[in-house]
Write a protein that binds this ligand. Structure first.
Ligand code: ADP
Ligand code: MG
Length: 701
């Protein structure tokens, strides 16, 4: 069907009309014929297959089973009664469960008579069970009219209130196929079709809406998912190539005196293999004529700072200034102190600029920045202020990227005509393929190795009722000279409550750990920055043994002597946050511990989070679980949630297809960068259409 026809406003489809058109647009974003065609069903009711109880999988699909009920009983529970029937076939047994309408069912169900049941199975108490099954006597089922797979479209309350039910939407889609004869042009090249054995476009669209059977549905889904991810990858790769071509960077072609001197004389430890590799990757970027735009991922404690420092030295060696921006004042301070110490024997000027830098100091910094005396500026958001002008900023490093938006990143760009090289460092491990699709315009380096000699942190889960034992453990560790963090949740909506929790906790800790034997620091969001820093400092210097805090300490803080992290109400934290917090310990040579404290009532998701933390220290593994629990939108924060605008593919579940799509997109561009070859014209054409009608992922900045 021709592409213009498919852009016809949906109001012109027979059976739609102005009212429905408006609701379709506001509820589902459907404006055109094309949009309706791309409204794919969420799921299907498969009535083509009969399953045996013995073959059931723990999947989310609906299943149809033939069997009979051999007994039925009422089970009383605190939460109410339910009716439970034992349903058997020749391969096993399962349960059918009713919470509503029990009397009617009990009176009407026939024992020991063949039924066909249909519905979703749960795995519960080591058995499959089906709540409120659709049931039909086998005898009647065999006489009736056979329905195949019924599509279930996305819906909203407003849609059903306005009478746009699933059946109505399905009718509209049928009408669309009628008007177009189901003739839709192919959008992938013959080569891809052949190599991947893909179902043709028209056939895929037909089977996604009206599947003839499971096999064709699976093929249609694969093809459409592949196509969707393929064109995203194509766009990302094209964009990146364009950037490399168009955006010139400062070539840092010298590896000069400072870098070499530092490397040979003052490096405080042997670099890990991963650190060496990343520095090599960075140097290759900087030496080319293009702007570096690199994401450096490394778990907490993997040693990103030293990579940042050496990269800054490269900039200075080439006559440029560098800056390092951190998300909090505490972290900026720590970077400043640490980096100053690392570079104490090297002739480099380094200053700190944060919100609490005094005016007189500020003026000095502004001046020395502009006249080029200052080589390195470390700080917070304060670096982004207009007053901060560099003489020649060649490199900007951003730590803990997830706290800054894309807009802030680009603000740094505009401090020069030629953009500085950008290195973004993050400790939030993002599975590589996901990172590729979210940050497709960035190159990615990974430090996947911890410095040698680190003992893995021992993590345990303890219930609040075991608090006394935990306190005794804290006492023992303090006796050994260790320091302890005790962290309370801080969730914005209930800040007052959290504050109360924190204060109650502090009081009870102060009672159990009395002065003068024990000294306690406390840090929370409602304190003045100066007070916070004072308390923090006491802990860093070892004057206090216990730090009671909210999550403000989450990012970056480095106190190697702190070896125990107690997390209160751990069930209220997300996985990545738990992992970040745990990363505050395990930085020294001593065995470190993390104790996750919770109440007894835990959701199953909370249990999974706690189990994951107890089982592994691997940030990437944790990120994978997190991703499965929360989905990529949450992982990245709302800012990138536009990424979820995918119509059919799921970045998490379809990771393999994503990899395949990326592989083929790379191959294609390698072979025909401008998509000029005749056999690729169909791809070129599709790509242009997608961009033109904004049907392609305009989330990419
Ligand atoms: P992060 O990646 O979390 O920013 P840091 O750069 O703060 O990690 O490094 C964590 C700790 O590990 C620091 O105390 C640092 O000095 C130390 N460190 C970094 N790299 C090495 C190495 N190759 N060998 C030994 N210690 C290292
Ligand atoms: Mg760090």
């Amino acid at each position: 069907m021709n592409a213009n026809f498919m852009q016809t406003p949906i109001v012109y489809l027979k059976g739609v009309g102005p009212n429905r058109a408006e609701t379709l647009q506001s509820e589902l974003g459907i404006k055109t014929f094309q949009d309706l065609l791309n409204l794919y069903p969420n799921r299907y009711l498969d009535k083509t297959q009969y399953y045996k109880i013995g073959q059931l999988q723990r999947s989310n699909a609906d299943v149809q089973i033939i069997g009979k009920i051999i007994n039925i009983k009422t089970v009383e529970q605190k939460r109410g009664k339910r009716l439970v029937a034992t349903f058997v076939d020749d391969t096993g047994d399962m349960e059918l469960v009713w919470f509503r309408g029990q009397k009617w069912i009990r009176e009407n169900l026939k024992l020991n008579t063949p039924y066909v049941i249909f519905g979703k199975c749960n795995w519960f108490n080591g058995k499959f069970s089906m709540p409120h099954p659709d049931m039909e006597l086998l005898k009647e089922h065999q006489q009736g009219h056979k329905i195949v797979m019924q599509p279930i479209y996305p819906s909203t309350e407003k849609l059903s209130n306005k009478g746009i039910t699933n059946r109505v939407i399905s009718k509209m889609v049928q009408q669309l196929f009628l008007e177009t004869n189901g003739r839709f042009a192919e959008t992938l090249s013959d080569k891809l079709m052949y190599e991947l054995k893909l179902l043709p476009k028209a056939e895929s669209l037909f089977n996604i809406h009206f599947p003839k059977n499971q096999e064709l549905l699976a093929k249609a889904q694969f093809r459409l998912k592949f196509e969707e991810l393929f064109y995203i990858q194509l766009q990302l790769l094209t964009k990146k190539a364009l950037r490399k071509q168009k955006i010139k960077g400062f070539p840092f072609d010298r590896v000069g005196k400072l870098f070499n001197e530092f490397y040979k004389e003052y490096l405080p430890f042997e670099l890990t293999g991963a650190q060496k590799r990343v520095i090599k990757e960075v140097r290759a970027d900087l030496g080319s004529n293009a702007q570096m735009n690199r994401l450096l991922q490394g778990d907490v404690g993997s040693g990103k700072t030293i990579v940042a420092v050496m990269t800054m030295l490269l900039a200075i060696d080439n006559g440029f200034q560098a800056c390092l921006m951190a998300p909090t004042e505490i972290l900026a301070n720590q970077h400043y102190t640490g980096i100053k110490e690392l570079l104490s024997n090297i002739n480099v000027n380094c200053s700190l600029l944060t919100g609490s830098t005094k005016k007189s100091e500020r003026n000095i910094i502004h001046e020395s920045l502009e006249n080029g005396e200052l080589n390195i500026l470390i700080g917070t958001h304060a670096l982004l202020e207009d007053k901060v002008q560099f003489q020649n900023l060649g490199l900007a490093i951003i730590d803990e990227q997830h706290r800054f938006g894309v807009g802030q990143r680009s603000k740094l760009w505009h401090k020069n005509d030629i953009p500085p090289h950008i290195l973004v460092m993050t400790a939030t491990p993002i599975p590589r393929t996901l990172a590729m699709s979210l940050y497709g315009d960035l190159d990615i380096s990974v430090i996947d190795e911890l410095p040698p000699g680190r003992k893995p942190i021992k993590t345990v889960h303890r219930f609040d009722s075991n608090r006394l034992k935990v306190f005794q453990f804290i006492r023992d560790e303090i006796k050994k000279g260790r320091q302890i963090y005790i962290v309370y949740p801080l969730i914005q909506e209930s800040e007052a409550l959290d504050y109360k929790d924190l204060m109650d906790g502090y009081e009870s800790i102060a009672r159990d750990f009395p002065l003068p034997e024990f000294q306690i620091s406390i840090v929370h969001g409602q304190m003045k920055p100066a007070d916070k820093d004072y308390e923090m400092d006491r802990f860093v210097r070892g004057e206090t043994q216990i730090m009671v805090a909210t999550t403000v300490i989450e990012v970056g803080v480095n106190v190697p002597n702190a070896s125990v992290m107690i997390i209160e109400s751990a069930e209220r934290f997300g996985l990545s946050q738990l992992h970040q917090l745990r990363g505050r310990v395990g930085r020294g040579a001593d065995q470190s511990f993390c104790v996750l404290m919770t109440g007894h009532k835990l959701s199953s998701e909370a249990k999974t989070r706690l189990q994951t933390m107890v089982q592994t220290n691997d940030g990437f593994e944790i990120a994978e679980v997190d991703l499965k629990l929360r989905g990529p939108g949450d992982l990245m924060g709302t800012q990138q949630s536009g990424v979820l605008n995918l119509k059919i593919a799921d970045i998490v579940k379809d990771n393999d297809i994503l990899k395949t799509a990326r592989h083929y997109a790379i191959q294609l561009l390698k072979d025909d960068a401008k998509l000029e070859k005749p056999e690729n014209l169909v791809i070129r054409h599709t790509y242009i259409q997608l961009v033109k009608h904004k049907n392609i992922w305009n989330y990419i900045s």
